[in-house]
Design a protein around this ligand. Structure first.
Ligand code: CA
Length: 305
């Protein structure tokens, strides 16, 4: 089947924050197929392994391509972003930055590694790693204020969820007219945790199909992948993120199965997996994976207040 692309957003059309103040130059309609061309999270500034990290312009880090105005999207709706394909360049880069990552207190040198991607493999210093292209940053304008593309929240943002890959659907709550979608920060692969602070940062392009659900939205961004819905929670530390993910998963089970808090709490302990998205961004990320047999999409959505 030939899919016709309605809109293509070029890779020099970027924002460094999610905000209703950005004026969109591109528009799409529900049902449209849209291509986002993206630059890697380092803004393409690490060209080889000898690039000194202290020369990086940190104001050009984490570009997200957008914003895209989605016709008909109103506050209280859900924007569905179906990831049809992710194409990546044949070269990715990863950095270790002193003071950053899960082992931020250890003494180590700044380092960058360039990874060739060929023959369907990522080569990290001769070690083969299976590619699994994913989207690190995906979000909409928040209800108020301005969130840098380096952080995450109810609006999405730098969620670094390894499940946001080809075949997944991302359900984003809409806070402003047109939603103002932006996408960036592709990873050729990233493990849960992203523990050194970076992944296989890569440029590329993402093809998505857009649709809307009117009048209801999820409390947190939700990712549908395989037989599960994942609630993408965040917190200033992992404990807070775990609390929020758990609280929402229990609320979903109460709605879907008509259970008391106590029963939903116990059932969640049997069937809901809590998994780490990342431990290195300004807001740490935990997801609650709810098998579809215990909740339908409608149970993850609530009327907007
Ligand atoms: Ca990221």
């Amino acid at each position: 089947m030939v899919v016709s692309v309605s809109v293509r957003l070029p890779r020099d059309y970027v924002v460094y924050s999610f905000s209703s103040r950005h004026v969109p130059k591109f528009r799409a309609y529900p049902g449209d197929v849209v291509v986002f061309e993206t630059v890697d999270a380092l803004g393409g500034q690490v060209v080889d392994e000898s690039t000194p990290l202290e020369t990086i312009d940190w104001s050009r880090v984490n570009p997200a391509t957008g914003p895209l105005y989605v016709e008909g999207a109103k506050p209280g709706d859900t924007l569905i972003v179906e990831v049809e394909s992710i194409r990546i360049a044949d070269r990715a880069v990863i950095v270790a930055v002193p003071g950053s990552g899960a082992l931020h207190d250890r003494k180590f040198n700044a380092a960058a590694r360039v990874m060739e991607i060929r023959g369907g493999k990522i080569l990290f210093r001769g070690i083969e790693v299976e590619p699994r292209p994913m989207i690190g940053v995906i979000g909409v304008a928040p209800e108020e204020g301005e969130y840098p593309t380096s952080t995450s929240g109810y609006h999405g943002g730098n969620m670094d969820v390894a499940l946001i890959t080809q075949g997944s659907r991302v359900y984003l709550p809409v806070f402003v007219e047109g939603a103002l979608l932006a996408i960036g920060d592709l990873h050729a692969v990233q493990a849960d945790g992203e523990l050194c602070v970076a992944a296989a940062e890569v440029s590329g392009e993402v093809t998505v199909k857009l649709s809307l659900i009117k009048g209801k939205r999820p409390r947190y961004p939700v990712v549908e992948y395989g037989d599960r819905y994942s609630v993408i929670a965040f917190g200033k530390d992992l404990g807070e993120a775990v609390y929020r993910a758990s609280e929402e998963a229990v609320a979903v089970l109460m709605r879907s199965l008509g259970l008391s808090f106590e029963d939903a709490y116990m059932l969640a302990s049997l069937v809901v997996d809590l998994r780490i998205n990342q431990v290195v961004d300004p807001m740490k990320g935990v997801r609650a994976e709810i098998p579809k047999r215990y909740a339908k999409l409608e149970h993850l959505l609530v009327p907007a207040p």
